[in-house]
Design a protein around this ligand. Sequence first.
Ligand code: GAP
Length: 516
Amino acid sequence: MQYDASLFPKLIAHAKEHGFVFQSSEIYDGLSAVYDYGPLGVLLKNNLRELWWKSMVQLHANIVGLDAAILMHPTVWKASGHVDAFSDPLIDNKDSKRRYRADQLIEDHIAKLLDKARKDTEKKFKKEGREDVPADEFQRRMGGDRNAQKATEIQARFEAALGASDWPGLRTLIEEADIVDPDTGSRNWTDVRQFNLMFRTQLGAMAEGASDVYLRPETAQGIFVNFLNVQRSQRLKLPFGIAQVGKAFRNEIVARQFIFRMREFEQMELQFFIKPGTQREWFDYWRETRLRWHHKLGLAPARLHLHPHTKLAHYADAAVDIEFEFPFGFKELEGIHSRTDYDLSRHEEFSGKKLRYFDPDTNESFVPYVVETSVGLDRCFLTHLCNAYSEEPAPTADGEEALRTVLKLHPLVAPIKAAILPLVNKDGMPEIAEKLRRELATDFMVVGEDKDTIGRRYRRMDAKGVPFCVTIDSQTLADETVTLRHRDTMAQERIALSQVHSVLQSALSPKAFFAE
Ligand code: GAP
């Protein structure tokens, strides 16, 4: 299944119109790649954060939480490798004055060549009257296509240049592959240079004597430097995990896909400390556990896949991305990394302090290995919006066909769980609705709404992703029943007013979600 990419601008407009996401400082023309969450956005984000926290900390006896500060000692970032290596290759176009990531320009070019090759191969088979060609035969024939061969050659040169940090080589490749500015078609490029993504600021009131510190680019290091504090204070035995949710900051070179790539964002990270030699088993466990978590929250399995890394970061002995099919293609949602003992060993080296685990069973002391799971909260949010957004035909009250926009969010993720709607503003209906709203509000995020026709109110609730509408009408006055409307099917059923709470409770119970 392929996304309809034309829905993406509509989804961005929808997110603003209904109070999910706003551009930061919009009245000043905005701050690039920085966003604010509106009334519905903050609810949805809180739900995702809470579901992650419960899944990780509450349900695992051997995982505890942490909330480390954003500012850390500057040597942390030397030890972690971020000062020397947390950078992207940057290139400017001299005519358009636009800035790009050189690696992304090349990757996009390769993707275009492969896409062309795929389409040309499809055409050739079609001409021969063959539609359902076996995948391996298709790949073989596509491999002979001129554009596919070009893509393979560029890919090999790209990997070699990147592996050797050969920035002039990347620039030559961009020129020789005839890669142009995607916006203007210009070929007038600057040299490629390295750009460190960390935001730098100063600690202390006086500029003199103040020291440079960084806004953390990942939450992980706060966990590593607190490894012994947490392990000793909680008397933890291996294997155990430390989980953290918090802000991270990256001065991204290119950030043009709404909240996909932000300069200020939130990460939900787990560092799971294990005995050396057991990393493969735990890596597999966390990959499957995290993939299942996304499936269980309703992300379409066809839109999720695993992308194992073939080229590993210097600290990792295995890595895999859980990718989601965004409207702009399959992209990373979450990373699972087997980080060996790299981080703790580096902090031992740079701090001069021992960061070891004493195993009481063997009387040995050693630096544990780590398996990390790291997912962006904002990216998870975008994934759910993309997965849920749909436009579909829906008959109006007078029987005409109309289009409804609906967010088919998982009920546990949905910001508002139910809307309580008096059919008309008289005969005591608003009072019954308000009483019910107040009763439900202690347990669920519910709203009341009495403006407009009931049909329009249903559409508005669909657009906000509200899974249930409860309507108080004249029959309620007669027999104390209400209409319960289901968002996804638009089906309506009659239930007792006194049953509304228990119906919502069972539909919104996290028990089934958390049960393994
Ligand atoms: N501690 C490991 C780490 O930070 P990463 O792959 O750089 O690894 C992990 O980031 C996750 O954080 C990504 O999978 C993504 O969900 C999220 N993320 C990274 N950069 C982001 C950005 N600029 N905007 C939004 N989310 C981002």
